[in-house]
Design a protein around this ligand. Structure first.
Ligand SMILES: [Zn+2]
Ligand SMILES: [Zn+2]
Length: 565
């Protein structure tokens, strides 16, 4: 079924943008912070802005990486004219390496972002297949009916960009992730003159970062963080380790400058730090910072002549800092009297993992310093005063708050109305929003959802597979094996295995109760039913679950194997 683009709607079907209209369709990143995937539609073509991932939390056992379900656009990939990346954070480019083969189109990025992407693609043997078009800072690209201008902004990674997307139906400003910092230390300040000029041309809609829309005031400056770190590192004796987001190149430079001010050398500990260091230096960043030492070289220096920069600010169990905290790192160790500075924020959901690492460190006599103790971190996203400035410069007719949970988006929409923006639309993933012509509105919904990388395979997150894994984790699992003869009689006692619910060596009686219950349940079936597999399986399954629920208060995920001889 094809849905007409001028209002009549259906759910989950295909949708093609008509010639006069300009449409916005988020498939990820609206109603959540993470896995951004935004589509703009015009004249039958689509332009994708960003293709990111999220990280799984404790509610998703066995999974690490989550990404948007791209089916809607993959099914019409002949209409996809390109993927434009705003910057190199995982929530904006992390899914390219998994989903590009389904999309098969050019990828546009500035040089640093392209370097980061190439390194990822290389690891998955995709580097030679994906056509990456490098765009200079402030450059423009033409893709189908879209003319895209890159506008330099500031964020917490080199080369963040807003995009002015021009079409015959109007201009959209897609801000990407941004902030205002009068002294970002690495990279230029947000190009407010260019944003004002684009505003003067007339902007139909602005799609803007909502992450910190609940935070009053301003986000603060990297220069202040550098001062605080310089202060702190001078104050602590012995070895000092700092953990931060690996992609925050300005922070790496700040830590290095703070260390140098006290005659300390700096080492990187953790693979992602080295990867970013390489991409940064290849693109002319960190040129005033001496080469970092390796974790091996650290051990030849006195403990008070070293600052370590470690991965693991979010408590990731396999990260450098988690291993150091657990005294499980092959090269680097911390001792009582050493200090660890968390130069980062807690991403919601990671509090427990971070707390675990901090407890381990504290229990070993290591001093832990966080943003609660000193201003050792500033956010890369705009607080309310910065959002107001952006609205004053760009003056869009329509505000569409993205990159946030609902509470952030709704507060952002309120703020936009306070800034005299006449129309606001708060999107959720899968909404098709018509920006022009006429008043902005959601005209239909298309398929949106979440996929997970499960081992080597991509699987829908909300399907039966993941539901049964959840049940297994929460309630354990049981397998009953029945062997029956041609008359529908059990020829041996049912074999029962229970996993993750009872200890068979000490709860043998409980297991025997299950065996008895299954035997009785099967025997109680009429003869005709015993000759049919389905009722036998179901009776056994219910008996297992009922017995274990009576003894343990849990109904495990139960499988029945039936062998007839
Ligand atoms: Zn970002
Ligand atoms: Zn982001």
């Amino acid at each position: 079924m094809s849905i007409s683009a001028n209002g009549t709607s259906g759910h989950g079907g295909p949708f093609t943008p008509d010639d006069d209209g300009l449409y916005f369709v988020p498939l990820g990143g609206s109603g959540e912070i993470g896995m951004n995937l935004n589509l703009y539609g015009h004249r039958g073509k689509w332009l994708m802005v960003d293709l990111g991932i999220s990280f799984a939390d404790d509610t998703m056992p066995g999974l690490d990486v989550i990404m948007p379900d791209p089916t809607f656009i993959a099914e019409q990939r002949e209409n996809l004219v390109g993927i434009v990346l705003t910057h190199a954070h995982e929530d904006h480019l992390g899914a390219v390496q998994y989903l590009w083969p389904m999309l098969d189109c050019p990828v546009y990025a500035t040089p640093f972002t392209a370097s980061v992407l190439r390194a990822k693609l290389y690891e998955r043997q995709l580097a030679h297949r994906v056509p990456i078009v490098e765009v200079p800072l402030g450059g423009s690209v033409e893709a189908g009916p879209f003319r895209v201008e890159y506008v330099t902004v500031t964020h917490s990674i080199p080369e963040p960009n807003a995009l002015a997307i021009r079409t015959a139906a109007g201009t959209v400003l897609h801000t990407g992730d941004w902030k205002l910092d009068p002294d970002p230390r690495v990279g230029p300040v947000t190009d407010d003159a260019r944003l004002r000029a684009i505003g003067d041309e007339g902007v139909l809609a602005m799609l803007c970062d909502s992450t910190n829309a609940l935070v009053p005031g301003r986000s603060g400056s990297e220069a202040e963080v550098r001062k605080t770190l310089t202060d702190l590192i001078g104050r602590y004796p012995n070895r000092v380790a700092v953990t931060c987001f690996a992609t925050n190149v300005a922070r790496l430079e700040s830590i290095a400058a703070a260390a140098a001010a006290h005659g300390r050398n700096v080492a990187l500990v953790g693979r992602s730090l080295w990867r970013i260091n390489e991409a940064a230096r290849a693109n002319g960043y960190l040129h005033d910072t001496p080469p970092f030492l390796t974790e091996h070289e650290v051990n030849f220096l006195p403990r008070d002549k070293v600052v370590l920069i470690c991965t693991g600010s979010q408590g990731e169990p396999r990260s450098a800092l988690a291993r150091i905290a657990g005294n499980d790192h092959p090269q680097v160790s911390l001792e009582p009297g050493d200090t660890v500075i968390f130069s980062s924020r807690e991403i919601p959901g990671n509090e427990r993992a971070i707390g675990r690492v901090q407890n381990l460190l504290a229990s070993r006599g290591v001093t832990v310093v966080t943003a609660d103790h000193a201003p050792v971190h500033v956010s890369g996203h705009p607080a309310q005063d910065e959002l107001v400035s952006m609205y004053q410069w760009v003056r869009p007719r329509i505000a569409v708050p993205v990159h946030g949970e609902q509470r952030h988006q709704l507060e952002h929409a309120r703020l936009a109305r306070d800034c005299q923006v006449s129309e606001t639309v708060v999107p959720t993933n899968g909404d098709v929003i018509r920006l022009a012509p006429g008043p902005a509105e959601v005209v239909t919904q298309v398929r949106a959802g979440r996929w997970a990388l499960d081992g080597k395979k991509l699987v829908p997150l909300d399907n039966g597979l993941m539901r049964s894994r959840h049940r297994m984790v929460n309630n354990g699992a049981a397998v009953a094996t029945l062997v029956m003869n041609g008359k529908g009689e059990l020829v041996t006692a049912p074999q029962i295995a229970v996993m993750g619910l009872l200890d068979e060596t000490i709860e043998h009686n409980a297991l025997l109760d299950v065996v008895d219950a299954v035997r009785e349940a099967v025997a109680a079936l009429p003869r005709a039913a015993r000759l049919d597999d389905a009722p036998v399986r179901e009776a056994a399954r219910i008996a297992v679950r009922r017995t274990l629920n009576a003894s343990h208060g849990k109904k495990p995920l139960t499988e029945v194997h039936l062998v007839r001889i």
